[in-house]
Design a binder for this molecule. Structure first.
Ligand code: FES
Length: 169
């Protein structure tokens, strides 16, 4: 009985070894870069990007302010960030979730924050005003309406996502 031995030449051995080691090193260098590039995107998707804010039954026709916290990840730094919204139900049942951040210079607006302007959002910094729908009132400083939060409703709970800016009035 004769056994055939497979011979690997010195040149082939070196080729296999160098290709294997080179590939391993390249993967080791590229993997962290690829992960760094796509990880924040994946994390946002995993968390859905939406937070439970309030039971829909609690909403009225009057804007109410709700605060909640989100986990924010900036590269390797994780922190809790507070978000706020003015939320109410319109007559037709549509839910409005408005950002409280003034589109002039970023102060925080309040519903009926000034007795001279009932049924409006008022910004105390420079007298900015908005309608109940969050539309900026002409001849006041804000250049655009209040941003509107992305929203979805699941099992009677209102979830809010990102605040989406709107075009100027
Ligand atoms: S920051 Fe609101 S009016 Fe200026």
């Amino acid at each position: 009985m004769s056994e055939k031995k497979k011979q690997v030449s010195r040149r082939q051995f070196l080729n296999y070894t160098l290709t294997g080691v080179g590939g391993f090193m390249a993967a080791g260098m590229l993997a962290p870069m690829v992960r760094f590039a796509i990880d924040p995107v994946l994390q946002t998707r995993e968390r859905g990007g939406f937070s439970a804010v309030v039971d829909v039954d609690e909403l009225t026709n009057e804007p109410q302010r709700f605060d909640w916290q989100i986990d924010q990840v900036d590269a390797w730094y994780e922190s809790k960030v507070t978000r706020s919204a003015w939320v109410y139900k319109k007559e037709d049942g549509t839910i409005m979730a408005l950002s409280p951040i003034c589109t002039h210079l970023g102060c925080v607006v309040s519903w009926q924050g000034n007795d001279d302007y009932p049924d409006q959002f008022y910004c105390p910094c420079h007298g900015g005003r908005y309608t109940k729908e969050g539309v900026n009132i002409p001849n006041t400083p804000p250049p655009a309406p209040l941003a509107l939060y992305e929203q979805k409703e699941e099992e009677g709970t209102l979830f809010l996502g990102k605040a989406i800016p709107r075009e100027g009035a």
